[in-house]
Design a protein. Structure first.
Length: 282
């Protein structure tokens, strides 16, 4: 492995990747369009100004570092030009994608069928098109990530704010700490061109999650949702094999226990508001 890592697009997940990466790499750098504004928690010499749409910032990316790509790989023409300029095919590259890439959301079966990495993807989505270019032309590893939650991003807040409500739709989630560990494992055990679903492996319906919030904390959903979508059930068997090869495992497989921990954390901090977040996004 390389001794340096660059995190391209340092948002929510990057905050949790950084401390883990510093145990694995001698030097970890992070990028932002406005690094001094958004990366104040990082030492100044480790902040890099970078914007895919601003070609003059591409030169700021070291040519000899591993890369963790944390923003949508779009537009395709710039993804291609950036990949050629930085010679991405010659280094370890892990890209965070989304389970929304799969096209099986319209299934009439209920519960919906399990979706593994062989399921068809929707190449009409610009970010999926960009991810596939990076996978097939630059040997990138693609992590198709379920809804991210954790400290500062609590699914219970999505219920109280009306972003979600009780429905029979299945949702797949992954704790940000498990996602961060997976990112580092994917870099360490780099398998060019592979795809991994990143989910806790236990899909749940929003109706069940809302019921849990009501039973334990008296939280009432602020909206009623009666949509036709069944959602997906994301299989994570391949991810578990990857983690096992590195003698690791998921730490947050019990969603309800993790939500209890987040609730206790929020109470201990005086009910500090969560950062903006939703069942998707890095």
């Amino acid at each position: 492995m390389n001794t340096s890592l660059v995190i391209l697009g340092s948002g929510y997940t990057a905050r949790f990747v950084l401390p883990l990466a510093e145990r694995q790499y001698a030097r970890v750098l992070a990028t932002s369009r406005e690094p001094d504004r958004h990366l104040s928690h990082i030492q100044p010499d480790r902040r890099i100004p970078f914007d895919l749409t601003q070609r003059d910032t591409w030169k700021n990316i070291p040519t000899d570092a591993d890369l963790l790509w944390c923003f949508p790989a779009t537009p395709l023409n710039l993804v291609i030009a950036f990949a050629e300029t930085l010679k991405l095919y010659s280094r370890r590259l892990v890209v965070l994608g989304s389970t929304s890439a799969y096209t099986t959301d319209s299934s009439i079966e209920y519960p919906p069928p399990w979706v593994d990495e062989t399921a068809p993807i929707d190449l009409t989505q610009p970010r999926v098109e960009g991810e596939e270019f990076l996978r097939t032309h630059c040997a990138a590893v693609i992590l198709r990530v379920a809804g991210i939650y954790g400290s500062g991003r609590n699914p219970i807040d999505w219920i109280t704010s009306g972003r979600v409500g009780p429905s029979h739709k299945y949702v797949n989630l992954i704790h940000v700490q498990d996602l961060s560990a997976t990112c580092l494992t994917a870099l360490e055990r780099f398998a060019p061109g592979e795809v991994y679903n990143v989910s806790d492996g236990t899909p749940r319906t929003w109706k069940d999650i809302c019921r849990m919030a009501q039973d334990r904390w008296g939280i009432q959903p602020s909206v009623e949702i009666d949509g036709a979508s069944t959602g997906k059930r994301i299989a994570n068997c391949k991810l578990l094999l990857l983690l096992s090869s590195a003698q690791k495992s998921l730490a947050h497989v019990d969603l309800y226990r993790s939500l209890e921990q987040l609730h206790s954390e929020k109470a201990a901090t005086g009910g500090a508001p969560s950062r903006s977040g939703s069942p998707a996004g890095c």
